[in-house]
Design a protein around this ligand. Structure first.
Ligand code: ZN
Ligand code: ZN
Length: 354
């Protein structure tokens, strides 16, 4: 835990700041260990303060031993000045992507003497490189989703609705030990499968059409993310053709993505194959994203991502092809970079056609 604070302080120095106000929930949890849903961290070179209200002070003391817990009450203007004054802050970074305009006005109105500096992705970048324990938790979340998927997918038949399948998946995730559902499960059949982020509807699943299922589990705060595309009954030739292109692209990317590549190069590993097959314009999203305390986090594996991939990063590999009116295919694994290579964690059943 201390290591995370040290790394954050190093980032503060590199950015010429003497302190950071952390409001983003996953960053708060990552840096302090505190799981509660309300609270602020104020981190300086010397101090680590966790300000939260009476509902959480005891929990905070237990979960965040490296932080001094400060009990707060009432409006921001009643406690924030004293908190900042006690930490002798002059140049205070705040999380620009999390603080609302209204909150920013309040903070800066209260702190006439303090310079508020917008900060982007500071703690998020630290979170990209996972510690062994974090990888263990993600592996457990992956295993829970694999088990749920393998059980329920074998029971899907024509005549079930998308919502029914999603609910069976959700129950199975919880029965297998998932803490919560990290994101709404996608079950998209037939033409609905052409929408990468479709929501389950009352549509009845028919034989011969694609069904995209995208789901994840959560374990000790860490998420997993996977997608499979199946066909109930006998698939049509078009399905097999598209499916095999997506699968080839995914397998190529998983073997090609290595330490030192940019997110853009990783994305190309799959995109080149889909483009060569003539479906480039139908792969409209990026190849993958980081997974951790949030189900979508850094790094990006996308056509304009310059960040360099390295050991300890956990990311998805999820190429897809979407054809309006017909449907789509996406196949997604969660993977970790280890010894310079991509190691796929997801083991959920993957259909293969020769
Ligand atoms: Zn997904
Ligand atoms: Zn994903």
């Amino acid at each position: 835990m201390n290591n995370r604070l040290n790394n954050l302080r190093k980032a503060l120095r590199e950015n010429g700041l003497d302190s950071l106000l952390v409001t983003q929930p996953e960053n708060r949890r990552y840096l302090s260990g505190f799981h509660g849903s309300a609270g602020y961290l104020l981190i300086t070179e010397k101090k680590a303060l966790l300000a939260t209200d009476f509902r959480y002070t005891e929990q905070a003391s237990r979960q965040a031993p490296d932080f001094e817990v400060v009990r707060i009450k009432g409006k921001l203007s009643e406690w924030f000045p004293a908190l900042v004054a006690g930490a002798s802050v002059k140049k205070l970074g705040f999380e620009a992507e999390d603080v609302s305009y209204d909150a920013y006005k309040q903070f800066s109105g209260i702190l006439a003497e303090v310079e508020m500096v917008p900060v982007k992705g500071m703690a998020e970048k630290l979170r990209t490189v996972k510690e062994p324990e974090e990888i263990e938790y993600i592996e457990k979340a992956v295993a829970i989703a694999d088990a749920a998927y393998d059980k329920v997918s074998s029971e899907i038949e024509a005549g079930m609705t998308e919502k029914q399948v999603a609910w069976e998946m959700e129950k199975s995730l919880r029965e297998n030990g998932s803490e919560a559902i990290p994101f709404e499960i996608i079950v998209a059949s037939g033409p609905n499968a052409a929408l990468p982020h479709a929501r389950p509807t009352d549509r009845v699943i028919n034989e011969g059409e694609p069904v995209v299922i995208d789901m994840g589990a959560k374990y000790r705060g860490y998420a997993s993310d996977m997608t499979r595309t199946i066909c109930v009954g006998k698939p049509v030739d078009k399905f097999i053709t598209i499916y095999n292109i997506v699968l080839d692209a995914q397998e190529a990317a998983e073997s090609i993505i290595k330490r030192g590549m940019t997110g853009q190069q990783a994305d190309s590993a799959a995109r080149d194959i889909i483009e060569k097959a003539g479906y480039g314009e139908f792969f409209g999203h990026s190849l993958g994203h980081g997974v951790g305390l949030a189900e979508h986090e850094l790094p990006h594996l996308s056509p304009n991502a310059e960040e360099i991939l390295g050991d300890g990063m956990v990311y998805t590999v999820e190429p897809g092809i979407y054809l309006t009116g017909w449907g789509g295919v996406r196949i997604e694994d969660t993977a970790v970079m280890e010894n310079g290579r991509t190691r796929v964690i997801t083991r959920a059943r993957k259909v293969r056609y020769d």
